[in-house]
Design a protein around this ligand. Structure first.
Ligand SMILES: NC(=O)c1ccc[n+]([C@@H]2O[C@H](COP(=O)([O-])OP(=O)(O)OC[C@H]3O[C@@H](n4cnc5c(N)ncnc54)[C@H](O)[C@@H]3O)[C@@H](O)[C@H]2O)c1
Length: 327
């Protein structure tokens, strides 16, 4: 299968590695607007035989491809994805689906109208720790889930767009955790309520801390507390999760999953072994979908429900109201 990757900077590195390691996928061309980044990456990944174009339409005119991998910043997702879909080319796009709900809806509408696959790379789902937690919850070893608490505290200094954007934690990062909530609970929220704030020492322009309560359709309440300008005791990217269940507790701390029955001791759950994880998993899923018609879990038609949580939470911050789910 031949692909074009659009955007080969930052996160583009992970996809350059995944494609080069894949036995099934190879590059037909690359697209990058920044010539210095293009030259450096071609050198670094030994891609001298692959043409780099400035725009996707130019690349699509020059080569025949089976898929497009979109690794541009969120504000370019709509333009790149819609161009590919209109040309009938399936798209594997980085999260978030788009930078606004309207842009995300436009991509989903285009995918529906053309019948061409558009899927999102929610890579946090495809890690051993999160798969282990998912399987433990699905086994109902501790019974039905009543509520959950998620904690995520880190203090990264990214520089760049994240330090300028509004609500950097919720818009850029929490999409992964909100998507994981839908994955773990196998359910969608009915409403959200949240407050956000920016600690006095914050190096972000927008609010970098938040507290959100989500009510899911199965009456499970989730409490989410996080900050992207924490000054210590950092928590891993997958966050800490605690599920209050009928007959005990299921929790994940530092990527280790435990069960603790009522009155009993915590027991570690053996981690799930995975043949492929993260980008390699998603690239293989994309390949299976394009070549054999398999249905991926994170199509944009499904993923817009995760992105809707982000924008509903922002609406709650800005109105001070409980916001009913818009998905
Ligand atoms: N899944 C994850 O864990 C994860 C982690 C980091 C970033 N991301 C996502 O990856 C995407 C890219 O983020 P990043 O951190 O790599 O950003 P970045 O700014 O570091 O890199 C983006 C690259 O795309 C290029 N570019 C911009 N517009 C373009 C266009 N129209 N056509 C071609 N190239 C273009 C830029 O020159 C740059 O090289 C974002 O959507 C981000 O949210 C995901």
């Amino acid at each position: 299968m031949k692909v074009i990757q659009v955007g080969i900077g930052g996160m583009g590195n992970a996809w350059l590695r995944a494609v080069q390691e894949s036995p099934n996928v190879e590059y037909a061309a690359l697209v990058e607007v920044n010539d210095a980044i293009a030259a450096a990456q071609v050198e670094r990944f030994n891609l001298q035989g692959i043409a780099v174009y400035r725009t996707l339409p130019e690349a699509l005119k020059a080569v025949k491809v089976d898929g497009v991998i979109n690794v541009t910043p969120p504000q370019f997702h709509q333009e790149v994805s819609v161009t590919a879909l209109e040309a009938g080319i399936p798209v594997l796009s980085e999260k978030p689906l788009a930078d606004t709900f309207e842009a995300a809806q436009a991509i989903v509408d285009k995918a529906n109208a053309t019948g061409v696959l558009h899927m999102i790379t929610q890579n946090y789902r495809y890690r051993s720790a999160t798969q282990t937690l998912k399987q433990t919850l699905a086994s109902k070893a501790m019974g039905e889930i009543g509520s959950a608490t998620v904690e995520f505290f880190r203090g990264p200094h990214f520089g760049g767009f994240r330090e300028e954007m509004p609500y950097p934690l919720i818009i850029d990062m929490s999409i992964h955790h909100f998507d994981l909530m839908r994955f773990f609970l196998d359910n969608d929220p009915v409403s959200v309520f949240g407050r956000s704030w920016n600690p006095p020492w914050s190096w972000y322009k927008g609010d970098a801390s938040a507290s959100v309560t989500l009510e899911f359709m199965n009456n499970v309440f989730v409490s989410y507390n996080g900050s992207w300008c924490s000054q210590g005791r950092e928590i891993g990217w997958n966050a800490h999760w605690r599920f209050e269940c009928e007959r005990g507790v299921v929790f994940m701390e530092d990527d280790v999953v435990y069960t603790q029955p009522t009155g009993g001791a915590p027991a570690e759950v053996s981690p799930v072994k995975m043949e492929r994880t993260e980008q390699a998993y998603l690239l293989h899923e994309f390949y299976e979908a394009v070549t054999h018609g398999a249905q991926p879990a994170t199509t944009s038609q499904d993923n817009i429900k995760s992105l809707a949580i982000v924008f509903d939470v922002v609406r709650s911050f800005e109105t001070g109201q409980v916001v009913k789910s818009s998905a």
